[in-house]
Structure formats: structure tokens, C-alpha cells
Design a protein around this ligand. Sequence first.
Ligand code: NAD
Length: 351
Amino acid sequence: MNPFEYDALPGRVVFGAGRRHEVGAEAQRLGVRRILLIADGHDLTFVDEVVKCLGDLCVGVFTDVVQHVPLEQAKHVRDLATASRATATVTLGGGSATGFGKAVSLTHAIPQIAIPTTYAGSELTPIWGLTDGEHKKTGRDLVVLPKVVIYDPELTLGLPVAIAGPSGMNALAHAVEGLYGPGNNPLMTALALESVSVLSTHLPLMSASPSDLEERSHVLYGAYLAGAVLAVVGTALHHKTCHVLGGLYGLDHGKMNAVVLPHALAFNAPAIPEAYDRLSTVLGGDAAQQLYDLARTLGTPSSLASIGMPRDGVAVAAALIAHEAAANVRPISVEQATTLLNDCLAGERPG
Ligand code: NAD
């Protein structure tokens, strides 16, 4: 057996339908008395509910969440935290809402209780991101790792399949790269394979029956496992590719994940024979092909061209990917990155 290292991350997870109503009790448990609620406002009924659950503990509400945590808006929320003398935040929403809570924790060193409503996984990681103009800066700091995460699948019942499918593929990408990313260890392999099994089984069922709470619960659980893997293992070629494309062309994060994942995995396959075999066993056939077919079943876009990648953008992106993914499990040359991007652009089945 190969030697390994594992830095376990702290945090409490509360999982189950209706458990958002326990947010007040969780705040009391943490010993925090003044809470700023940060919500993306996709459903104000849920915001009102959480305000009610927090009662006197709630000293402010911010609902103007936008994607990628722009510095200006982050400053505004930080000022709100200062003015309201908040001693904690509660975030309610997707990765963007979670990101605003992290921005406050970073400067104010106050704890966050995260109530995620998508499958992004940010709630489990100590990674923060802030966008200054065109440039998204990221960093790792334990102070931004939420102290409590409340997963309530009822909150995801309204997540449209058009967002849930790509968001689910994003979660799958966290689990898949968890098998060979830089911080992989046997525990993370076990979690990642379980996550792939749960997500690949239940994403199609959820997409066929979006109002089925049981299916929504399974998918949220699979995404939770994937986020836990991402937080420890980090990322490889697939995520580096998406990061480059997102920065250059502002492509939708989830849709881009759905297109790139089978191709990035197929490229890495020769360097990860054991992981690839185990993944293929869980998926019931060649892993890259199965993921490509799963994405089709979920109705996610098949090509980067269809989500706005310019055809003349390949060269500049390929050069950046070859540079950014230098530490990938299989180093990628500019020529190989060009081939990979051309396949993604056209929506080819991975070879
Ligand atoms: P998002 O938070 O921007 O949400 C996408 C859209 O879905 C928004 O319009 C939102 O209002 C809506 N929405 C959210 N939940 C809903 C629900 N239950 N029902 C209906 N609509 C709902 O997108 P996301 O994919 O959750 O997060 C993406 C962001 O998270 C990106 O900025 C990404 O970089 C970041 N992220 C960070 C990490 C990390 O570790 N730091 C990890 C993953 C993602």
C-alpha cells in the first residue's frame, strides 16, 4: 500500500428534510448572538423562514448576491457586518451566497453557518474567491471554512433541472478528480467512489422526477460527499481547464463542467489505470463514455461552442491550460490541450 497523508477538516453537518428550521438552535450551539443573513434571494419565502427561525439573533439581511463575489459588493457586505456588529453569518443559497459569507469571514474572522441550495460544494472547503475587475483571486484559509453546514433537500425542490443537471455534473467532477488530484488518499477514494455511485444513479432519476424529495435528497447527499472530497484533494486538469475557460470567456460554470469532464478524464486515463478501472466499475462501463452519456441523459449542453466558446479562442486557452495544469497527473502539452479543446468545442464523444 502506498504511504499517504490526510489533513482532516473540522466542521459539523446537519442533513435532512426540514432541518433548515434548526438554524437558530445551531447558532445557539455555536454561541453566536448577532447574525447577518446573506441569501441569494432565489426564493424569498425561504429567506423569511430563516429570519423567523433566527428571531432576535438576526441583526441584518443581505439579498443582493451576484456571481463570483465582486470586490465592491463584498466590501458592502463587510461594511454591513461591521455596522450591525455581527458575530456570525448565515448564508442561504448556491456557491455565490456561500462565497459572500466567506468574504466576510476572511476580514472579520467570524464563523459562518452555510445552508446550501445547489450542489456546488463550496460550503465544505476552506477556499475563498474574490473578483477584482476581470481577475478572480482565490486563496485557502481555514477561517473561511463554515463551522456548520445544514443540508435541507426541501430547499432544492425548486432548483430547475436546467440548473440542477449542470450543477450535478459539477459535483461529479469534484468526485472524479478526487480520485487522482494532488491530495488524494484512500479515504478520499472511498468517498469519491460512493459519491460517483450516488450521483450517477440518482441524477437521472431526479431529473425525470424533479419534485421527488427522496431523489433530491440522494443527489444532495452525493454532492455533499463530492464537496468533502474537493475540500481535501483539490483539483486537476478538468478544473484547471474550466477555470481558464471561465476566466477567458465567462462560460457558465456548471454547463462547462458537463462538457469538459469526459474529455479531461479520457486524457488522464493512461496515467490512472487503477482509479479509472474502479470508476468504470461504479459507472457500469468505460468511465469517460458513461459520463458523456450521463450528461446527454441530463440534457446538459454537449459542446463548448453551444455555450459561447469562440472558435478562435482555442489557441490562447490551450497555452494557458498547459501552463496551469503543469502538476496534473498526466502533464499536458499545448498540442494535446488544443486537441482536447477542439473535441470539447465540437462536442465529440471522447475517443
Ligand atoms: P450560484 O450560487 O450562482 O447559483 C446559480 C443560480 O441558481 C442563481 O441564480 C441562484 O439564485 C439560483 N439558485 C440557487 N439555489 C436555487 C434553488 N434551490 N432553487 C432555485 N434557484 C436557485 O451558482 P453555484 O453553481 O451554486 O455556485 C457557483 C459559484 O460557487 C462560483 O462562483 C464558483 O466559483 C463558486 N464555488 C466555489 C467553491 C469553493 O470551494 N470556493 C466550490 C465550488 C463553487
